[in-house]
Design a protein. Structure first.
Length: 466
């Protein structure tokens, strides 16, 4: 290739850094403190990231519950040090940063406040890929003039992309819908690390022909395929990938940034990043992380989970299953539960396995194994079959439907509208309930999302004893 054509073809891949959110969420159980981010924040701002993910996902829960930090303070504080790089957050659609659907008044107030404390880019997803669960959040993101990154959960029913449900057309249709909703970028979110490199090449190539807005890939190294997958995505023309600094990368986290800097050097996708600057940050972060060693999983020598390639159950879900089985003195039934999960998942409408559907399917699979199939049915399963989480990718099995909704307090005929249309407003009710303990709108939102642990946190924050 001659030098001038090479220059003309330059299309650097853009990098979102996830160290301060998914990185420590995946490796350190979301325990990294704001005070440990501050000393490296200004230098992170100089690297040239497209964005830094600093909030959302489990950070809100972990901060108020375990770290006793006010979650709202983190973006506000980091903004004092990171002035050029936009801030991104992960928003679970109508679930915000919690585990259930909140009504629209809570969604509006939350998104407005998130914009105010410094979030620039909202990566929005829904566990069922029901895009009606995006509507209220997107309306507020747009009204505030912020960036809406529409996100689709990547899921499979077979080892590779295809089959009747999660095939190429499924993703093309969902991404077209997101673009029509006004997405500024579109993200394929592979929370379990299931994306195989050549499927990704096929998918990104097809999307690039259909979709005008930039494409973003989010994946996890859990199965070991992620670096290969990212490279094939780059070759297929993906615009942005997510990485972490090496100390909080790989294993169940995102791929490390550093190999991409070197691997892409002098290609058309060259990041243009200074390896030396990044290595200095790595050294610094290694030093900081020594105090978090207790949170790093050390039960296996292999740093990838090859089982995921086989049973496709996300890493976080496996540790939950094991804990729940251990409590029931039934750890020896783990393989039965692995076999039960795909059955339950199909019967309940083939949801992608991500918070909160992974938990809903997992708990029902355990009860089926321990007590007999659908002898006990959890309330979440009833709510999901009734339609309160949204529309499942496939219809619920008719026999299971009958069993699940028998005697259900809301009735036997599922609702088909947007899930939040069945929820009344909560904010003013909560304001009366919490009274003086919530001194700001931020406090009120913390309490609205997490009534029990949020209230505990507010008592701690204001040194109120009861
Ligand atoms: Co993730």
């Amino acid at each position: 290739m001659n030098f001038t054509t090479e220059q003309a073809a330059l299309k650097p891949v853009l990098i979102q850094d996830n160290t301060f959110r998914d990185g420590h969420q995946s490796v350190l159980a979301t325990r990294m403190r704001t005070e440990d981010m501050i000393p490296m924040a200004e230098r992170m701002d100089e690297i040239g990231f497209w964005a830094m993910e600093v909030w959302g996902g489990a950070t809100f829960d972990s901060m108020h519950r375990f770290l006793k930090e006010d979650p709202w303070d983190r973006p506000r504080i980091l903004k004092n040090y990171i002035k050029k790089t936009p801030f991104s957050m992960l928003l679970r659609g109508q679930n915000l940063v919690g585990y259930r659907n909140y009504p629209d008044d809570v969604i509006r107030a939350f998104v407005d406040k998130a914009c105010e404390v410094g979030i620039d880019i909202f990566r929005v997803f829904d566990a069922l890929n029901d895009l009606r669960n995006f509507q209220t959040a997107v309306e507020r993101i747009k009204t505030n003039g912020k960036h809406f990154e529409g996100s689709i959960c990547y899921s499979l029913t077979e080892r590779h992309m295809g089959g009747d449900v999660f095939n190429l057309n499924y993703y093309l249709d969902k991404c077209r819908e997101l673009e029509a909703m006004g997405a500024d970028t579109i993200c394929i979110k592979d929370m379990a690390g299931l994306m195989a490199p050549y499927d990704t090449y096929t998918l990104i190539t097809a999307l690039k022909q259909e979709i005008q807005v930039p494409l973003h890939l989010h994946t996890h190294c859990t199965s070991g395929m992620a670096p290969l997958t990212c490279l094939k995505a780059i070759e297929a023309g993906v615009d942005i990938i997510d990485t972490c600094l090496a100390p909080l990368a790989n294993s169940t986290s995102q791929p490390a940034l550093e190999p991409f800097i070197v691997a892409l050097q002098e290609t058309e996708w060259d990041t243009g990043f200074s390896l030396e600057s990044v290595l200095e940050l790595d050294d610094f972060l290694e030093g900081i992380l020594t105090k978090y060693h207790e949170f790093i999983a050390t039960d296996k020598v292999a740093d990838i989970d090859v089982g995921v390639l086989d049973h496709q159950i996300p890493g976080g879900m496996i540790s939950n299953l094991k804990n729940q089985l251990k409590e029931a003195n039934a750890l020896h039934r783990l393989n039965d539960v692995y076999a039960e999960i795909p059955k339950v998942r199909t019967e309940l409408g083939t949801p992608p396995l991500v918070t909160p559907t992974s938990q809903i399917v997992g708990v029902q699979a355990i009860t089926n194994v321990l007590f007999g199939r659908y002898k006990i049915i959890t309330n979440q399963v009833k709510d999901m079959v009734y339609g309160l989480y949204g529309k499942t990718p496939t219809p619920v099995d008719p026999e299971i439907h009958k069993k699940v909704l028998k005697g259900y307090r809301r009735g036997k005929t599922p609702v088909t509208g947007r899930a939040a249309d069945y929820l009344g407003p909560e904010l003013e009710k909560n304001r009366r309930k919490i009274g003086n303990l919530a001194r700001t709108e931020e406090d009120l939102l913390t309490y609205s999302l997490y009534p029990s642990s949020g209230k505990e946190f507010l008592k701690y924050k204001y040194r109120v004893d009861e």
